[in-house]
Design a binder for this molecule. Structure first.
Ligand SMILES: *[C@@H]1O[C@H](CO)[C@@H](O)[C@H](O)[C@H]1NC(C)=O
Ligand SMILES: *[C@@H]1O[C@H](CO)[C@@H](O)[C@H](O)[C@H]1NC(C)=O
Length: 209
């Protein structure tokens, strides 16, 4: 009976949220801070790295945020993280936070090269292709747009080293600066971003009359 009660109570403890504090991407050797934000005070907070308990913090009554610093980030730190917390009365454990992927940039990898099919201003509706190449490094190639934190698209060229990204029927919203990066086989380890290409889309001029 007690276990059933504990289990049903546990489901009523709302999940915390985990955030990553670093102004830019994270590079090898950086210090990053992971913050676990609690919806209510807790007895302690746990940080998990790929399912293993990495660290925990005892909390006092008024704290609703726990900070975990990773000092001098290593390749082994490039993993998935989540936090959860425990309360004593009634005893319970929260749901896991939504996981965060700590992508670590390793500057020992060369940035990928990039080219774009249309160097000039293009009209709405044009199909534009962007090619990125990381000859010899393998892995998955990502297309990024400046101002967006998450990559737009990714391709696995399966050892081919060249990824082709097509922007079908572009609109003015596709205008911007594009760059590539790649993950050389290691899940959350990234090359630096490469050089950029710029796309400028103008609305089609209205037909005369
Ligand atoms: C863009 O690509 C699509 C799909 O391949 C094709 O149907 C369409 O005709 C192309 N548009 C232009 C303007 O080339
Ligand atoms: C980018 O191009 C340069 C010169 O064409 C080449 O030396 C370099 O290896 C290329 N980089 C990658 C990551 O393929």
């Amino acid at each position: 009976g007690w276990w059933l009660v504990a289990a049903s109570r546990a489901q009523q403890v709302p999940r915390p949220s985990l955030s990553l504090h670093s102004s830019q991407g994270v590079s090898l050797g950086d210090t990053v801070t992971l913050r676990c934000h609690l919806p209510q005070p807790a007895a302690w907070v746990e940080l998990y790295q790929d399912g293993l308990l990495r660290s925990y913090k005892d909390m006092d009554k008024h704290q609703v945020m726990a900070e975990f610093s990773l000092v001098c980030v290593k390749l082994e730190d490039a993993m998935k993280y989540w936090c959860q917390y425990r309360v004593l009365e009634p005893p319970g454990v929260s749901e896991k936070s939504v996981p965060i992927e700590l992508v670590v940039t390793d500057h020992r990898y060369s940035p990928p090269n990039i080219s774009i099919s249309h160097e000039e201003i293009v009209e709405v509706g044009t199909n534009v292709t962007i090619q990125c190449c990381n000859q010899g490094y393998g892995g998955i190639i990502f297309l990024h747009k400046d101002g967006h934190s998450a990559p737009l698209q990714h391709r696995d060229p399966r050892g081919g080293g060249t990824a082709t990204f097509t922007l079908f029927g572009v609109t003015p919203a596709d205008s911007g600066t594009y760059r590539c990066s790649y993950h050389p086989g290691l899940l959350f380890v990234s090359s630096p971003l490469g050089d950029s290409v710029t796309l400028e889309v103008t609305p089609t001029p209205a037909p005369p009359g």
